[in-house]
Design a protein around this ligand. Sequence first.
Ligand code: SF4
Ligand code: SF4
Ligand code: SF4
Length: 221
Amino acid sequence: MTETLATRLDAALPQHQCQRCGYDDCRSYAEAIAAGKADINRCSPGGELVIESLAELAGRALRPLAADVEPFPMDQVARIDPATCIGCTKCLPPCPVDAIVGAPKYLHEVMEVACTGCGLCIPACPVDCISLVAVEDEAAAARRMNPPTARTGLERARLMHRGGELRERYRRHEARRATSQRRRKRELDTGDADDLDARRAEIAAAVERVRARRAERARQR
Ligand code: SF4
Ligand code: SF4
Ligand code: SF4
């Protein structure tokens, strides 16, 4: 099978799937370059190394990183505050590299070695318990020094293969969020907001009960 230009360009990208380039994932950006719709200088985690590779593959002139691209935090990683996490699972779908582990109602945790520090999970947390902190894991730190090449072949293959699947999961999550926002607006428009507020209060009370039980268990240990 002939390898397409988009596939070769995709293989040269860091596979962070971080959206800094303005596209949903690395593959979408690679396809846009191959179709002549995007410039080669939009991947901030890749920096100059990736720009050079893309210029060579696409047969274009070298350019500095585009001024409108948000910088990437090379020395940071996400951390979840264990005292605040309520185990709601809302941070799982936005993570494009599957770096968060957890189950409903249990404390979630970030696998530092897999986390790129993209920050896409932060806005999803309803209790603001995710923050970016300085990276401690040596392997993760090394990857950040040279992101386009530091992933192992197996790791890159997994991310390139799973990228579409994970983005699809994220798109479904966003669609559910949009539906619930529309429902909220309808309820406000039709005067059913009191019911909704009552349900929210019940949920908040349930969350408080879970926290209190967890604190009690921790005291008994
Ligand atoms: S790693 Fe680069 S190409 Fe991939 S999504 Fe992030 S900015 Fe875009
Ligand atoms: S855990 Fe958060 S910061 Fe880390 S890769 Fe996933 S979305 Fe990005
Ligand atoms: S979104 Fe926040 S509270 Fe919910 S599981 Fe993730 S870290 Fe915990």
